[in-house]
Design a binder for this molecule. Sequence first.
Ligand code: NAD
Length: 368
Amino acid sequence: MGIMSSITTMGHEEVVFFHARDFGLTAIVAIHDTTLGPALGGCRMLPYNSDEEALRDALRLSRGMTYKNAVAGLNLGGGKSVIIGDPKKDKSEAFFRAFGRFIESLAGRYITAEDVNTSVEDMEQIFQETTHVVGIPIAHGGSGDPSPFTALGTFRGIQAAVARKYGSADFSRLSFAVQGAGHVGIHLIQMLRKENAKVYVTDTDAERLNHAVEKFGAESVGLDEIYQTDAQIFCPCALGGTINPQTLEQLRCEIIAGAANNQLENEATGEEVHRRGILYVPDYVINAGGVINVAIERQGYNRDRATHQVDRIYDIVKLIFALAEQENIPTYKAADRLAEKRINDLAKVHRPYLPARRRTINGRHQLS
Ligand code: NAD
């Protein structure tokens, strides 16, 4: 599929290419859908092999944010930005301030945040030029590290799945296989161990693995062994694509529920998970705690409000299970339908988001 047809077929509202000659900055902002509000999604920085690869990433990820924000109940649309560059060589204050000016020129239709290879420090530079950025330092009214909130949402999603599958909230008779003891994984392990659950853990990083074992009493297993344990619940918290035909042959779990993005290798894998009777909690639903937390910065950050809203992931996951059963469809499809329903319902009362300065009157942009 050509570039232009990708843009039109995926339904994007707006795709903007930026180039700042003096800073060697090339970036793409993809705004997928603003029916629910301004498009929010992180800024990813990678030395892409081609412009086309960068564009495809921006298009795919921004569409994903539309669904994620919609199901999370946020009044936000979906967007994403990609910077084509080497995070080890190209970053500087001027570089990110130039990027901040680009974001400002979109007049609030897109709100940026951290993502792969961008940090809270980078967001602070962007914040010098625009207020349309979240994930800024606590000192500027930001929310800090989102990982504990992502872990909390994941834990709530797991609770909903456990209640559905076993009709009980008792974790002490259950075992979990956690793949990845990083920022999110380690908080999740802590919460599971607090409930006296048995936890198997693996990680490529020996230090992180030891921390999970020594501090929280998890049992260390090998990188491939994690698929073969007797755990009832498999929690992918490392990489995407770890649910695939090869790993499904090894997994003996009854629930898949973890924080990693893009867990299913493809839709066929999602169908196979369903066919095998494994209860899958859709990744973008269960890992929305981080985006919910940063989104609250827009209202003036409040930790209690963030916690309350992240707790709601329990109810959202329950709704998805109910819809999947009612329609006899896999849970990953039910999550998409829930997102589309919310957007379609609210499209009747909302228009695509245009901030005050860019409202159109009689089809012409008016500056206020
Ligand atoms: P992280 O990089 O801190 O942790 C990932 C861990 O996985 C690391 O400890 C790494 O060593 C380990 N790992 C890498 N390859 C592995 C492998 N093959 N087997 C086992 N372990 C492996 O990342 P994170 O912030 O904890 O995020 C974890 C996942 O959750 C990612 O997929 C991320 O995209 C997703 N996610 C994170 C957040 C957040 O708030 N941090 C929000 C939404 C989604």
